[in-house]
Design a protein around this ligand. Structure first.
Ligand SMILES: CCCCCCCC/C=C\CCCCCCCC(=O)N[C@@H](COP(=O)(O)O)[C@H](O)/C=C/CCCCCCCCCCCCC
Length: 211
């Protein structure tokens, strides 16, 4: 895990994510998430249950990437092809491959949509905006539909513990408000492109509802 959070590192990782032919490098996708989780950890233990789940999923993907079949996990595209060709994905119900790369990445992919919506809200927010509301609106428009009631409740309570907008900008530790807004403006198109490429790939292969 990174020692201290850097928004620039998040941006750099998502920039490095895309190959010349628009494949998504798993290594940088994972690093981007690790950086984000290190930021979430700095917000307090109320987010520990979210962090634990995210770290667990990041670790599953990292194990594939560094494992004996790691060359097949260089990009999301090669992972999908390898796991589908070798029937390593539980497609309709959980069975012998409950933690495939495809289903694990799908959970982070859905969270990336939440991040995209939240960061866009943050970028365009005003002094009156509340981080808890921005976070919760982004969650309800994305991840919430995939979570059971109990997780939605726990998540909603955690959002209430978020610092206010000004403090949030400070904790991001990336300069003045204007500098943060500028960095978010640079990061968002990269995050959006990675999200869309993954979304299209998963849709094409009917993987968007993996159990
Ligand atoms: C510029 C940076 C500012 C924003 C920084 C945001 C930092 C966020 C860092 C990490 C986000 C966590 C990603 C969580 C992935 C959740 C994956 C998931 O949906 N897992 C559920 C389903 O998994 P399976 O059971 O099918 O294996 C799992 O049940 C979830 C458990 C925990 C609750 C997840 C809630 C996710 C809320 C995301 C909002 C995080 C709020 C962070 C506040 C800044």
């Amino acid at each position: 895990m990174a020692d201290s959070f850097s928004l620039q590192n998040v941006l750099d990782n998502f920039k490095s994510c895309l190959s010349d032919n628009k494949e998504v490098f798993l290594k940088y996708y994972i690093s981007g998430w690790r950086e984000l989780v290190s930021f979430m950890n700095s917000l307090g233990s109320v987010f520990a249950f979210i962090s634990k789940d995210a770290v667990n999923k990041i670790q599953i993907l990292e194990n594939f990437l560094t494992g004996e079949n790691g060359t097949h996990y260089l990009t999301v595209q090669s992972m999908v092809k390898y796991e589908l060709d070798n029937e390593l994905v539980d497609l309709t119900k959980r069975g012998s491959h409950p933690e495939s790369g495809c289903r694990t990445l799908l959970r982070l992919h859905r969270a990336l949509r939440w991040l995209q919506l939240f960061l866009e809200s943050l970028r365009t927010s005003t002094e009156d905006s509340k981080t808890s509301v921005m976070c919760s609106d982004a969650y309800n428009a994305s991840l919430a539909q995939h979570h059971p009631w109990l997780i939605r409740k726990a998540t909603g309570m955690a959002f209430c513990a978020l610092p206010g907008r000004d403090t949030f900008f400070e904790v991001l530790n990336a300069g003045s408000h204007q500098e943060v807004v500028t960095l978010l403006g640079e990061a968002l198109p990269l995050i959006s492109e990675v999200y869309q490429i993954t979304e299209d790939l998963y849709a094409k292969n009917n993987l968007l509802e993996l159990p």
